[in-house]
Design a protein around this ligand. Structure first.
Ligand code: GLN
Length: 543
């Protein structure tokens, strides 16, 4: 067994308590003390991965370098730690069963009856230990989705119980995240739901080591003592987690509550040195003291659930801080926009982002909004479907190819500006043809993309089926829309931009997936900057 330490994060009372942010914050504090840390998420649903889930139900699907389609919490892990995750960092019940059933079909169990205990629980434990066995990490933090007591979480809880037993008390630790509600009528914070959820954990054989208590109010000492007594945890291991103004405040709040120290002392490490959080604090300083602000429109299909564009929102937060500028995003449903109201909806924004997406709904609204900002020289950024729409709009309105469309929206069009590649056409299995994960891109010098990245070789993450049809490239470039980034192996277009426009850029890849606190993504930073300059120009001409 390796020397890796394992931390399990469970949740009780309700879902949505922010286990992902607490896990990422603890990881950040440990990392800031010089430890290497990774975080893993277990999701108790039957889907093998969240790739097939509707973003309305589960928020954005986050894609890693190795092409895994994962839970959006992995985005938080990367944004906080600035270390890439992979398929091994997100495991669902579906994947566990899939692996076990595959082994059964291959005869690996030698005629034995295959059961939840031990076969499913062993497979879960394998997934826990897999990251530790790479010998890359001092700590593996495993976050369990759902709540203790849920039927579907039971095998995970049992696997954690076994792992704790196998690893021993100084190598494994359990943090339980719970809610302390405030009852208005009684004017009191109530600990009973926490006591009950700890009892449920105890029934499953797990004694929590640390309780992180979410609450809208401060936890007074006497209440902490009461929780400690009833839940068998030391008084100083009852940690308060008040609602924070920004998720990026949470590492500092956890530092104040000494969460990292409790973990380290429990695992027999010294914690005399302070964590090095200078860069983080600097980022918070810039985030909280903007010198200017801009208004951007985000046009997309899933605007009712903002988690559907989580990484984009966070990338704006990073880029805003980099520019010392508050970014106010107005969310507009693409179905709302048409040729008659684009001006009304967009004339007072300083930039437009057209979001990624799938399917036909709202597509004409996206195209209309792009037409408006292209013609009015307003900064534009299109991501994936947003970039594809920008090329269709250009083909229709500049090249005068009226029937121009993407094959995804119109299978019959004579001008499929966006099309399936030849080798994809026979593959129909859902998801089977998707281009997923990191691909190289070669950037042409003298372009906005080059000014943005400052280098010619980049790698970015993809999640799409359709591509720009290179048959049209010459005509596009002749009329001012150029391919400034191209895949060096396949020649597929990765970035388009307009020559005669203040900032009009579309990327076939998803830059938002690589934006972190430490490395705000250059395309977002430059887009925000372009919008800021545009705003300043507008206000100076108004004067
Ligand atoms: N639907 C488009 C495609 O599959 C774009 C996907 C996306 O925006 N992620 O190519």
């Amino acid at each position: 067994m390796t020397s890796t330490k394992y931390i399990f994060v469970t949740g009780g009372v309700t879902s949505s308590l922010g286990k992902g942010i607490i896990s990422a914050s603890l990881a950040k504090l440990l990392q800031a003390r010089g430890f290497s840390v990774t975080i893993q998420k277990f999701d108790p649903y039957i889907n093998v991965d969240p790739g097939t889930l509707n973003p309305y139900e589960h928020g954005e699907c986050y894609v890693t370098d190795d092409g895994a389609e994962t839970d959006l919490d992995l985005g938080h892990y990367e944004r906080f730690l600035n270390v890439p995750t992979s398929q091994a960092n997100n495991v669902t019940t579906g994947r566990i069963y899939y692996n076990v059933i595959k082994k059964e079909r291959e005869g690996e169990f030698l005629g034995k009856t295959v059961q939840v205990v031990p076969h499913i629980t062993d497979e879960i434990k394998n997934s826990i230990y897999k990251l530790g066995e790479t010998d890359q990490f001092d700590f593996v933090i495993t976050e369990l989705g759902g709540c203790v007591g849920d039927i579907e979480s039971l095998p995970f809880i049992e696997a954690v119980r076994q792992a704790r037993f196998e690893l021993g008390p100084t190598n494994a630790l359990n943090i339980h995240l719970t809610l302390i509600p405030f009852l208005n009528a009684a004017g009191e914070l109530k600990t009973k739901p926490t006591q009950h959820s700890v009892k449920q954990l105890l029934e499953a054989g797990i004694q929590p080591d640390i309780l992180v208590c979410r609450s809208e109010h401060k936890l007074p000492q006497d209440l902490r003592k009461k929780i400690a007594l009833f839940c068998n945890v030391p008084h100083n291991c009852v940690i308060e987690a008040m609602d924070a103004e920004s998720i990026y405040d949470v590492p500092l709040l956890m530092r104040k509550e000494k969460l990292d120290e409790r973990v380290l002392s429990r695992m027999k490490f010294s914690y005399k040195k302070e964590p090095g959080l200078e860069h983080w604090k600097e980022f918070l300083g810039r985030l909280k003291n903007p010198t200017d602000e801009i208004k951007l429109a985000l046009v997309g299909k899933y605007v009712e659930l903002q988690d559907a564009y989580k990484s984009i929102s966070e990338a704006f937060v990073h880029a805003g801080a980099a520019n010392e500028c508050k970014v106010n995003v107005t969310w507009i449903s693409s179905e709302e926009i048409d040729g008659t109201n684009a001006k009304k909806l967009l004339s007072n924004v300083h930039g437009l982002l057209v979001a990624p997406g799938f399917g036909e709904r709202g597509i004409e609204g996206k195209i209309e909004s792009i037409k408006y900002v292209r013609e009015n020289n307003i900064p534009f950024f299109g991501i994936c479907l947003g970039m594809q729409c920008a090329t269709v709009e250009f083909a229709r309105n500049v090249l005068k190819l009226e029937s121009a469309h993407s094959r995804e929206m119109n299978g019959e069009t004579e001008n499929a500006i966006i099309d399936l590649m030849e080798d994809q056409k026979n593959l129909t299995e859902m998801g089977g043809t998707m281009r997923l994960g990191a691909y190289d891109c070669q950037i042409k010098k003298g372009t906005k993309a080059y000014q943005t990245y400052g280098q010619t070789k980049i790698s970015e993450r993809h999640r799409h089926r359709y591509e720009f049809n290179n048959k049209y490239l010459e005509e596009f470039e002749k009329h001012g829309m150029i391919a400034s980034g191209v895949n060096p192996k396949t020649g597929l277009v990765e970035i388009v931009e307009l020559k005669d426009h203040r900032w009009f850029v579309g990327s076939q890849f998803h830059p938002e997936l690589k934006s972190t606190v430490l490395n705000p993504h250059p395309l977002f930073v430059k887009f925000v900057k372009a919008a800021l300059l545009y705003k300043r120009e507008l206000t100076s001409t108004e004067r």
